[in-house]
Design a protein around this ligand. Structure first.
Ligand code: ADP
Ligand code: MG
Length: 331
C-alpha cells in the first residue's frame, strides 16, 4: 500500500499501532477510575469548550516494566478510534547526537499531520503520540558544562516546547518517574501510576492467558498467590510457556509430570531483574507458596469450559467487560 511521504516520515520515528490490534489490559480499580475520567472528559469536548476549557491531552504513565503501559496507551487510542505512533527512543537519541532540535521538530511536524488509515491519503485522523521510555528522552537537565551537555539541554528544551505546542494527544511512559525532569513532568496534566497487580487482578490475568485451559477457583487463587509481585507480562509468559509445553512436550518425549513441566516453564521465563522474585521463582528448595500452587493445580490442565465451580471464577464474571462503558463510543 502506498503511503504519503508524511506518513512514511512518521514511521521513521517508531511503530504505528492500529486500533483493530488493541487489547484491553486488566487493571486495578484506581487506574480504571482515572481512565474513565479521562475518556469522559475527551468525549465531552464540546461541552467543555462551551465553558472555555478543553479535555486534558497530555498524560504520563509511570510504573514498573510489564504492567501494561504500552498496552493501555494502545487501548486508549483505540477507544478514541485513533492510531498510535510508539516513538522509539533509540531513534530519537541517535538523532539527538547528530542534529538535536531539528529531529525533534521533524517528529512533531510529522505527528501534526493527519494519518489516513486506509492509505488513500483522504479522511485522515490525528495520531496519538506515545513516547516510551520517556526517562531516556526527558532525563533531568543538568548544568551545562560540556558541549554534549549543552546539546542535551537544548534537546530537552525543544522537546518541552514541542510537547506544549502539540495539538493532539501525547502519552509518555516511564519505568522511573523520578528520573524525569520536573519541568517536563509538569507539562503533563495527567499522571497515572500503574502498580503491580494485586491478587484479584492476578487471578483474572492468569485466567485470561491460560485460556482455553482454566483452573478451578481454589487452584487459581493458589497460583495467583504464587505469582505475588509478578508483572502481568511475566504471568502472560508463564501461561503461554505452559501451554507450549503441554502441546510440544509430548512430541519431544519430555517428562510430562506436573512438577517437571512447571519447573521447565519457570526455568524458561523469569522476572525482570529490577523486580522481586515471586514465590514461583523462589530459589529456596521448599517454598510453600510454590508448592501449594503446584499441588493445587489439577493435571492434566482442564479446559476452562469443563470446570464446574460452586462459584464462577473472577474471569468468567468480568472477562470481556470494557474498562468503562460510555455512551457515544468511538467518534
Ligand atoms: N495489565 C495487563 N493486563 C493484561 N495483560 C498485560 C497487562 N500488562 C501487560 N500485559 C501483557 O504483558 C506484555 C507487556 O506489556 P506492556 O504493555 O508492553 O508493558 P509495559 O509497557 O508496562 O512495559 C504485553 O504482551 C501485554 O499483553
Ligand atoms: Mg512498554
Amino acid at each position: 500500500m502506498r503511503r504519503s511521504r508524511r506518513e512514511q516520515g512518521l514511521t521513521e520515528f517508531g511503530d504505528l499501532f492500529l486500533p483493530k490490534e488493541a487489547a484491553e489490559p486488566i487493571l486495578g480499580k484506581s487506574v480504571r477510575g482515572a481512565l474513565l475520567n479521562w475518556l469522559t472528559e475527551i468525549f465531552a469536548e464540546a461541552e467543555l469548550a462551551a465553558v472555555g476549557i478543553g479535555p486534558r491531552r497530555r498524560a504520563i504513565f509511570d510504573g514498573p516494566p510489564g504492567v501494561g503501559k504500552t498496552t493501555l496507551a494502545h487501548h486508549l487510542a483505540a477507544r478514541l478510534g485513533l492510531p498510535m505512533l510508539a516513538v522509539r527512543p533509540e531513534r530519537l537519541i541517535d538523532r539527538w547526537l547528530g542534529s538535536t532540535a531539528q529531529n525533534i521538530g521533524g517528529l512533531f511536524d510529522a505527528a501534526a499531520e493527519r494519518f489516513s488509515m486506509d492509505g488513500s491519503g483522504e479522511d485522515g485522523v490525528p495520531v496519538v503520540l506515545f513516547l516510551d521510555e520517556f526517562d531516556a528522552i526527558g532525563a533531568a537537565r543538568s548544568r551545562a558544562d560540556s558541549g554534549a551537555e549543552q546539546e542535551r539541554n537544548a534537546f530537552v528544551n525543544t522537546l518541552l516546547q514541542r510537547i506544549e505546542q502539540h495539538d493532539g494527544f501525547i502519552i509518555a511512559a516511564t519505568n522511573f518517574g523520578k528520573h524525569v525532569d520536573p519541568a517536563i513532568w509538569r507539562r503533563f496534566d495527567l499522571h497515572i501510576t500503574l502498580e503491580l497487580p494485586g491478587q484479584f487482578e492476578r487471578e483474572r490475568i492468569l485466567a485470561r492467558y491460560l485460556e482455553p485451559f482454566g483452573l478451578p477457583r481454589a487452584a487459581l487463587s493458589l497460583l495467583a498467590e504464587g505469582m505475588a509481585s509478578a508483572s502481568p507480562a511475566l504471568m502472560r509468559q508463564f501461561c503461554e510457556q505452559l501451554k507450549r509445553q503441554i502441546i510440544i512436550g509430548p512430541k519431544l518425549g519430555h517428562d510430562m509430570d506436573k512438577r517437571a513441566v512447571v519447573e521447565r516453564v519457570v526455568a524458561s521465563v523469569g522476572p525482570h531483574p529490577d523486580l522481586g522474585k515471586p514465590p514461583m521463582w523462589s530459589t529456596a528448595k521448599a517454598d510453600h507458596g510454590r508448592d501449594r500452587a503446584i499441588d493445587g493445580m489439577p493435571w492434566p490442565l482442564p479446559k476452562a469450559s469443563e470446570i464446574i465451580d460452586e462459584k464462577p471464577t473472577p474471569a468468567a464474571t468480568v472477562a470481556g467487560g470494557n474498562i468503562v462503558s460510555l455512551r457515544g463510543g468511538t467518534p
